[in-house]
Write a protein that binds this ligand. Structure first.
Ligand code: SF4
Ligand code: F3S
Length: 373
């Protein structure tokens, strides 16, 4: 691990103290740090310790800490989370954080390949034992001895267990690693499981999404870098700072939802007027993620703003959860949906297209019922 502090390294690259403080403010904002008041104990009026403004707290940490070693493994994935991160449009935050970690091993980004890359990974795991952050992208496949996903002759489960043993923290990035994602969708031929399922008993920090929002990933990593601990997590082990609100909570179409104005097709007058997309299957009311506030592409837009319903990509059962364009996430149209599902189930509609719709509707109703239980 480099001996220099992060600030010393930045200084050598020509970053001034003033710019450094600006960057610290960016990081503090990204990880949701607020002003920390002076500590008081048992109601005592005396101030114990100093108060910190968020940027100063980040600066203090970065001025003393050295870079964070990261080992990044990919299993059953499309590399979309890595792609999103490397193509992020917000260089100040992402560059800052990525410059402050040393990626010791990454299957997509690594210049080395084959045995050379594998040797580098083993050496890094030994050198930084107990100190590195392990990032997993993609689901794990333990079925049939792990034959469906092997790298260098080792199964994904064996590789995960090997790397997890010496990790200071484990992050599952993207829906596939966090909840199984597309590989786990019915009929799940490879027996795909999430990292949490593959490593029972270990605390796994989940950053779900398809892909994960780059700023959410880097913000979470920045928290670990600065405090040496995981941020506060929700019941699905997602950082509360980023997953504390639903898409619906912050949606710019929300006034139309409240007013009962819905688009009924993708090209009707309602869609043109920017009406709520709930009736087109928007799962924003039950999807916790930061898209509506952080947005994508440097804050430019996010799916719902661009005219597409939220698909619920940061939630478990994302692919099998009722079909993309069937409303299923909140009770607004539930009676109508269940009635439609029942009608289809009794064979009221015949034909191949109808059979597909029938299946999807049944799934929707089953999913709704499960959610209600
Ligand atoms: Fe926005 Fe979807 Fe909620 Fe409508 S249902 S307000 S489009 S999140
Ligand atoms: Fe995913 Fe919905 Fe955001 S589909 S990208 S959580 S708006």
């Amino acid at each position: 691990m480099p001996d220099k502090s992060i600030f010393e390294e930045l200084k050598e690259k020509g970053v001034s103290r003033r710019d450094f403080m600006k960057l610290c403010g960016t990081v503090a904002g990204a990880i949701g740090l607020t002003y920390l008041p002076p500590v008081k104990l048992n109601g005592a009026s005396a101030k114990l310790g100093r108060s910190y403004k968020p940027a100063a707290l980040v600066a203090k940490a970065l001025a003393t800490k050295s870079r964070l070693p990261v080992i990044w493994l990919e299993f059953q994935d499309c590399a979309g989370c890595s792609e999103a991160l490397t193509r992020s449009q917000s260089p100040t935050l992402v560059d800052l954080v990525l410059n402050q970690i040393t990626v010791e091993y990454h299957e997509t980004l690594s210049a080395a390949a084959g045995f050379q890359a594998d040797d580098a990974k083993m050496a890094a795991m030994k050198k930084y034992a107990g100190k590195y952050v392990l990032v997993i992208e993609g689901s794990v496949s333990p079925k049939d001895g792990g034959v469906y996903c092997t790298i260098g002759g080792k199964s994904s489960l064996a590789l995960l267990q090997e790397a997890a043993a010496g990790a200071a923290a484990i992050i599952a990035t993207g829906n596939c690693a966090a909840f199984g994602g597309l590989p786990k969708a019915n009929p799940n031929p490879t027996g795909a499981v999430s990292v949490s399922e593959a490593l029972p008993g270990k605390t796994i920090l989940n950053i779900p999404g398809c892909p994960a929002i780059p700023e959410v990933f880097t913000g979470t990593l920045a928290h670990f870098l600065i405090f040496g601990t995981l941020p506060e997590l929700d019941q699905l082990n997602r950082p509360k700072t980023f997953y504390g609100n639903t898409i619906h909570d912050r949606c710019l179409r929300r006034p139309f939802y409240e007013a009962g104005k819905f688009a009924s097709s993708f090209d009707d007058e309602g869609a043109k007027q920017g009406y709520c997309l709930y009736k087109l299957g928007c799962k924003g009311p039950t999807t916790y993620n930061a898209c509506a506030s952080l947005k994508w592409c440097g804050g430019l837009s996010f799916p719902v703003q661009s005219g597409h319903p939220c698909l619920g990509c940061s939630e478990p059962n994302f692919w099998d959860g009722g079909g993309f364009y069937q409303g299923q996430s909140a009770p607004l149209d539930r009676p109508a949906l269940v009635t439609a599902g029942a009608a289809l189930a009794t064979g009221a509609v015949i034909g191949a297209g109808a059979a597909a719709a029938n299946h999807a509707q049944k799934k929707t109703a089953e999913h709704d019922e499960k959610k209600e239980k």
